[in-house]
Design a protein around this ligand. Structure first.
Ligand SMILES: Nc1ncnc2c1ncn2[C@@H]1O[C@H](COP(=O)(O)OP(=O)(O)OP(=O)(O)O)[C@@H](O)[C@H]1O
Ligand SMILES: [Mg+2]
Length: 147
């Protein structure tokens, strides 16, 4: 049923937990995992004009995202699960939905919260938008859940 599992990763503890759940699910169903990490330049540089300093910040973010994806792919493969990943530029929820479509996802597994949000909100804005707009089932993993 859940043959193709998409997991968006932003480096947060909660997304990490979700990834653990995705690996367990993939082991059970013999699924493949496709992980993605989105870098949104607008969030990084805001409305400040382009500058070499901003380029450095953006490159740092992209390198960090690549490391995150490489680590996740490695972690899945160590657990015997086939995995691949991509770093994508753009608006997080839009790119996650597009990535899920391109990969014909049977399920998206993600965290309730990410790096930026306030825990007092029920869930973050990226989780909420993906949940609202996804055409496949979405499994949302709360912080503090053991995996
Ligand atoms: N840039 C991103 N790339 C990949 N996945 C992401 C990204 N941002 C969020 N996610 C996914 O969405 C989940 C929820 O994060 P979200 O951004 O909605 O919460 P938040 O950071 O706490 O709140 P907000 O961003 O609205 O201030 C994360 O656990 C992760 O799975
Ligand atoms: Mg966020």
């Amino acid at each position: 049923m859940f043959k193709r599992v998409v997991v968006p990763l932003d480096g947060s503890e909660c997304a990490d937990k979700a990834f653990g759940v995705a690996v367990d699910l993939a082991k059970l169903h013999g699924s493949q995992i496709a992980a993605c990490s989105i870098v949104d330049p607008v969030l990084v540089v805001g409305s400040t004009p382009p500058s070499p300093a901003m380029d450095v910040v953006l490159t740092d973010m992209q390198n960090e995202a690549h490391r995150r994806i490489d680590d996740a792919v490695e972690r899945a493969r160590e657990a015997g699960v086939a995995a691949r990943g991509e770093v994508i530029t753009g608006v997080a929820f839009e790119r996650i939905l597009d990535f899920a479509k391109r990969n014909a996802a049977d399920v998206i597994v993600m965290g309730t919260h990410g790096r930026e949000g306030l825990p007092r909100f029920f869930m973050g804005s990226v989780a909420e938008m993906v949940l609202r707009k996804s055409s496949c089932p979405v499994l949302i993993v709360r912080e503090g859940i053991e995996s």
